[in-house]
Structure formats: structure tokens, C-alpha cells
Design a protein around this ligand. Sequence first.
Ligand code: KG4
Ligand code: ZN
Length: 337
Amino acid sequence: MSITILGIESSCDDTSAAVICDGKILSNVIAGQAVHQKYGGVIPELASRAHQSNIVPVVDVALKDAGVSKNELSGIAFTQAPGLLGSLLVGTSFAKGLALSLGIPIIAVNHLQAHILALFAREKDDNTPLPETPFLCLLVSGGHTQIMRVDSPLKMEVLGKTIDDAAGEAFDKCAKIMGLPYPGGPVIDKLAQDGNPDAFKFAKPKIPDLNYSYSGFKTSFLYFLRDRMHENPDFIKENLNDLAASAQKIIVEILMDKFVKAIEQTGIKRIGIAGGVAANSALKKAVTGLGEQKKLQVYIPKPKFTTDNAAMVAQTGYYKFLENDFSPMDIEPKARV
Ligand code: KG4
Ligand code: ZN
């Protein structure tokens, strides 16, 4: 009998639903929330309300796209942690209600693990081989920056992480300082294409082990621009592309320095990237270049599976279903793990 899982993602500001059948992604529907744009960041209360209005139509379309009726579902996977509590609550409650009415199990999914398992997501006609383990994965999103050792889809360990801001947050904050819209990462990526990455220099943090820090860079970027704007109020406007390229260069260099250290320390010859910042063109280029230089196998997720999506949740749910790793109906969402 087929195993068909509905995946639901609602941890931040994207409401998403996806269907996976026997390991193949059949649909992946994402409704973003434009409501936050004018505030330059996600407003939790508005996010939660938007999830409430989006979730039913998003699930409906995901089932229709997949050509699956809800009675054919074997289980429902949902993001349980980490994330915004009010947002997680919407997906969790919906998953419980639907699963109860269908008499099928629920599967709680960790959002960070799901980002990594996006590397295993394959659509119907995609026969690309799955990543081999162990591999080292740089998990970079708006809320997290970690180096993970992945021993199997369900077994992974954190080797290092940020002690303050995440890499995505650094992109978003630099963008905000320059008056660019939220989320700033994709905007900076685009502007950087026409900029000189060596135009401006910023200091790198000195943090021990495999840990990261971005707060010092963010502050130096802020003070640098404040001083320049004092001399020339049009400084940002006149140097936007160079500023974007220079900021992107340092954010990526900081990521890569520790990633290289982790590769050298572990001797693992396979590497991957995951999370929203894995969509960044400079990071992809750096990781691919490193792979060529050090003869490593490199895994990069499809762009549509990098930022928040339910395909990665469905994928994780599928692996957990195979292990009978179900969750009790009284499980609660958690903002942190
Ligand atoms: O994984 P994600 O969708 O949500 C979280 O779990 O946080 O990641 C969102 C983050 C945002 O900070 C966004 O600016 C960043 O990913 N991002 C990018 C790019 N696309 C998304 N950062 C740099 N370059 C991009 N192309
Ligand atoms: Zn995410």
C-alpha cells in the first residue's frame, strides 16, 4: 500500500502544504504574507492571523495539485518547532483536527531538520540520486546558522552555531539599514550582481570553535553607513550595488571560514547547504568552488525547497512514518528547541 503524507509548514510567515507519496513530492503550495513588507520584518500577530485565513485553501490546493483525496492520506506531518508560537499553533491545530477526523496519525517535525531534508526531496520525474551520508550541512536561514553533521535523514548533530544573529538576519538587517524591503536577502543578492564585492571592507568576528557571530558585522555596517551618510546624504543611493556586494561577500566569507574548518576537522568529504540563505548565488558559488578545489561531493537543494516550504516537512514526515515515529495528540508547538 502507498504511503501518502500531507505536510504543513507554518513556523514563520509562509503558509505551505505539500503531499508526498512513496518518497516523491507530488505538490508543494506556498502562500507568502505580503502584510509584513511595510514593517520591515515579520509581525507575529499578523502572521498568525494570515495563517488562519490561508491554511484551508492552501491545503485544498496542495491535495488537488497532487490528485490525492484526503481519505487517501496515511498521516499528517506538521512543523512543531522552532518558530513563532502563534504561527506554529495554527499548523499544529489544523493537523490535529484533520488527522482526528480521518483517524490517521500526526507526525511532529523539527523545522531545522526539515530544511536539511529538503536535500532529499525529489519530485515525480526527478531521479537524481539522494545525498549519501555522512555529510556536513551548512544550515542557514533567517533564524538559524548551524553546521550540522548528518549521519542519516533522522540522525544529525550540531557541530557549531551562531551565538547571536543568523546569516539570513544579517542579510535582512543590512537591507533594512539601506532602506530595502523585507526579506532583504534576495534583494541584496540581486543588487550584488552589479556591484563590486571589494568596494568596502568590514571586519570579521573572532569566535572560537565552529561557532558564528554576526552582530559585530551588523553594527560595523550600521556605523560605517551612519558616518558616510553624515558626509553625503546620498551615499547609500549612489553606492547601493557595491554596498550589497560587499555585505554579501563578508556574510558568505564568515559562513565559509567555519565550514572549511569543520570539513578539515571531521575529514568528511561530502557537503551540503540548506535553509533560505542556501538560495544565495554567492554562497552557492562559494560552496561549489570549494567542492571543486577540495574534491568534495556537493549537495545544493532546488531553489523552491530552500526557503520555507512544506515539501521539506512532508519529506521529514515520510521518513518518520517509515520508522513509526508518530506524535501524541496532546503534543504542543514550541517556539524553541
Ligand atoms: O528558511 P527561511 O525561509 O526561513 C527561516 O526559517 O528563517 O529563510 C529566510 C531567510 C531570510 O533571512 C531571507 O532574507 C533569506 O532567507 N534569503 C536569502 C536569499 N533568499 C532568501 N538570503 C540571501 N540570498 C538569497 N537569495
Ligand atoms: Zn525556515
